[in-house]
Unconditional design. Structure first.
Lengths: 135, 186
């Protein structure tokens, strides 16, 4: 049976929010297959090294997000794990509070996964496209 | 009743004029060049970077934001990108032109205003150190950039305005600035 959305209802997007070093980031929840305390996949990567080349020492991941491997085209769908720091939270955020990356910054970003921004408790959150992340 | 100046007495001779009325009135005006209202003019936003005078076309500057406008740092972007700002439901980038123009970066935190610049379909904040003025300038006063202009500035300067004998101001081309930034310069 088709679902009809109330035109006044605010569209929501489910996100997994987490820390990357001193910064906050988020992935769309539908791309996150599991969240664990220990790495279990063969392929892993620290989110910090994927998002920016900083002079800060890398903080060791304390949580692992299991993502579908966008680079793998096999039917069984390989997975990999993204190491993040601190706690992660699942949140529904209004779609109109998710902002695209300003046009000028597209060619200059370290990671093509950086696709936008939102705010959580007045702190900037980096929105990441899970399909552009790979170990 | 006669309106003639009485000439029979030398003391009544009209004083020797050393200046015309026009000249006398002109000396009371300011020393700035009077712009013919019919002459085409261009609005300029005058500002300073590293103490040097620059301008952007007023048509490209949509807003002047105060220095306390919050700017959020974004990791994974070049040093010339200060971050992003949240303005009325939009996120805009904030860049510094120092690297692009070959100027030394200011020490300490940025304190100047932010010009919201729109060019080539792109909007971005540009941090300046000091806002000097927003004024109309006759287009005839804008000269082509001289050959002697430093090579680091030449790609981005569309005209030079000789404000007085000592001071010249470089009019920047916002499209050229954004294009260079996107190509990885600065």
């Amino acid at each position: 049976m088709p679902q009809h959305r109330d035109p006044h209802e605010q569209a929501q997007v489910a996100l997994v929010l987490f820390h990357v070093g001193p910064y906050r980031a988020a992935l769309e929840a539908r791309h996150v297959l599991a969240m664990t305390d220990h790495p279990t996949a063969l392929r892993t990567a620290n989110a910090q090294s994927l998002l920016y080349a900083g002079s800060d020492p890398e903080s060791p991941p304390s949580r692992w997000l299991t993502l579908r491997d966008a680079q793998t085209v096999s039917d069984n769908g390989g997975t990999w794990q993204l190491g993040v720091s601190g706690d992660f939270t699942l949140q529904q955020l209004p779609a109109n509070t998710l902002y695209p990356l300003p046009k000028l910054l597209f060619p200059r970003r370290f990671s093509t996964a950086l696709c936008g921004f939102t705010f959580d408790q007045q702190q900037l959150v980096l929105l990441l496209d899970a399909r552009k992340l790979s170990p | 009743m006669s309106a003639e100046y009485p000439r029979d007495n030398p003391a009544n001779d009209p004083p020797f004029a050393t200046q015309t009325l026009e000249e006398a009135l002109a000396t009371h005006g300011d020393t700035e060049t009077v712009v013919d209202v019919d002459e085409p003019t261009q609005q300029l936003v005058l500002f300073r970077l590293n103490g040097q005078r620059f301008a952007l076309p007023g048509s490209a500057v949509s807003e002047i934001l105060p220095s306390d406008q919050p700017v959020y740092y974004v990791p994974g972007l070049p040093n010339s990108t200060e971050g992003v700002l949240h303005l009325r439901g939009k996120i805009e980038s904030v860049i510094s032109l120092h690297h692009l123009l070959g100027l030394p970066s200011p020490e300490g935190a940025s304190k100047g205003m932010i010009l919201l610049v729109r060019a080539a379909g792109i909007t971005s904040g540009v941090r300046i150190e000091q806002l000097d003025d927003v004024c109309e300038v006759a287009q005839s006063m804008l000269q082509a950039p001289p050959e002697t202009l430093p090579g680091t500035l030449r790609p981005y300067v569309s005209a030079l305005w000789q404000m007085d004998e000592r001071q010249a101001l470089a009019l920047l081309d916002p499209e050229a600035l954004f294009d260079a930034y996107q190509q990885g310069l600065g």
